[in-house]
Ligand binder design. Sequence first.
Ligand code: MSP
Length: 683
Amino acid sequence: MDRFYVTTPIYYVNDVPHLGTAYTTIVADALARFHRLRGSQVRFLTGTDEHGEKIEQRAKELGVAPRAFVDGASQKFREAWPHLSCTPDDFIRTTEDRHVRVVQDLWRKCRDAGAIYAGTYRGLYCVGCEAYYTEKDLVEHEGAQVCPIHRTKPQVLEEPTYFFKLSAFQDRLLAFYEKYPSFVAPETRRNEVISFVKGGLQDLSVSRTSFSWGIPVPDDDPERRTGLGRSGSDKAEKHVMYVWFDALTNYLSARGEETSVLRTTFWPPDVHLVGKDILRFHTIYWPAFLMAAGFPDEQLPKKVFVHGWLTINGQKMSKSLRNVVEPLALARELGTDVVRFYLLREINFGQDGDFSHAQLIARYNAELADSLGNLLNRNLGLVTKLRADQPTLAATAKGPLEEKLEEAARTALAGAIAGFVEVAPHKAIEAIWGLIRAGNKYVDEAAPWAEAKKGENARVDTILATTLEALRWISVLVWPVMPSVSDRMRAQLGLPALATAQGTDALALTWTPDRPTAGLTVGQPIFPKIDADGQARIFAALGVTTAPEVPAEAPKAADKKPEKKGRAPIEPAKELAYEEFARVDLRIGTVLSCERVPKSDKLLKVQVDLGEEAPRQVVAGIGKTFAPEALVGKQVVVVANLAPAKLMGLESRGMILAVRGESDADLALLSPTVARAAGSRVS
Ligand code: MSP
């Protein structure tokens, strides 16, 4: 039987669960649910990282003992995740005995293999990152050399330490990345890691003596520390482990004792999900520690999937902004599943992404209320209205429209599976919504109300049964992303809530459009539309102002460089991933003919040759600048895959690109500097 072991980073307890940590946890949960749905044995692990100088400092600031502090703080994480429908199988804490034992055991194995030795560390350390830095890693900020992440000056450390011989693993790591190209994903991150390792690895300081809140280095007998200590007093220092040696081992210690079945079943991990801030720890240190402890290559984690960074309404997350997007408050206002859907849908997993309240409402209305909710409610309504008296609805009068919808369902199923398997939940959702869109289109085209009028009852039954079947498939497909929505849909469809069972693949769906009507209930719309008032209420409850707050990090007015006279500042647009840009099909078109649209001073009806069989008609708002005859023979840039639209009753299949000057009567067209074949791709 297949098994799947997925992990999130274990979160530092000096912070509370916020949108960033919720994001990784939700992705892990959706992946775990997908694999459970397929009948695999699944282990989803999350937890808290509770040692280290940063945590010790935080407890001190609060005036509590570290132990009491971490107990309370860890609990906040444990309690938060179920409110986002995240159901980890295990929650590990680095202060637990089961973890401490395994970490010390791993240390001993590394030490006995000669990979840990004693020495003195002299260098820089950022407590915020719990990471060592070299001068060249730092960045300039307000005249000082600071940590690139926290913008604070790193500490200068000089203390006796144990080193891990990272430099000795350079070649083996490079050979490992070569042999297992999917170990680091996405590809750009893999390249980043490889070039970093090729640049040379320095041995890593893996113990600290200047604080005590950590796992004690085992067998740390002062007399045995031959290389340590500049003075006798150093020898008396107690060494605790570097927090990353401790933290990374959580993935191993959660497997349990020697006798545990988990130990053999759930190793190696299938996917470690991590943010890009902790890429090197997971892709360099972690496999090197395991290699040193004797793990063969095939027993190392299979994949580290690195995701991007979330901004909020276009701004970097700051403490105050994080509070505005408190994930549990969002879930309370909009529903847990809506938050999950939005995060998984909006952000191309792997890339940076923006959380925007306005976009969340827009997606909710378009894709949940108008698309999915509409398909469900409308069809249940139609069943009640047209055929409620029938005990069963059978698809006995199938035609090409039904075949098309069945095909769309199969495409969605395959796309959703592929998306989840390749750790691309946004692609899985896009595939599922392909079926939802096709379902709505099908009902419009098949028009069961018209068939009912004609007395074509077999057609009516066929259409209703076919749509209900599509909805049944959708209720299964959305489960990893929106488990409660799936339950509610299924309750209205008269189907039991999905239960996952090991060895049973709920995604092995068969297309059986044959339905009893008993049990179908038109319930409350699951996604009531949010109007402007509703949005205002939600924003008020969340403390969101429509104009985003000025973030703490925003440059002060005085710091801003004066704008050059006469040049308007350019509002930076949201960053676009290359893949997204590549979806825009830009082509060179040659204008064949052009005329004014009657009763419009702005619109021109343009026939453009795009190298296709027939010219395309594009209705363009460029008529205030250009006389129709002036355009014939000109080459223009056309967005060729824009969804068709109707303008003043005329179909427009594309858009001609232009640059606006002072007004609509001052447009400039974009054109290649030398003639190009019609249909040439612009890239
Ligand atoms: N304790 C370490 C991880 C040890 S794993 C062996 C740590 N913890 S953390 O609390 O700082 O959490 C880091 C993780 O939280 C990131 O890698 C990422 O998964 C998530 N995120 C925190 N802020 C984030 C954003 N602004 N955007 C996206 N994810 C973010 O590092």
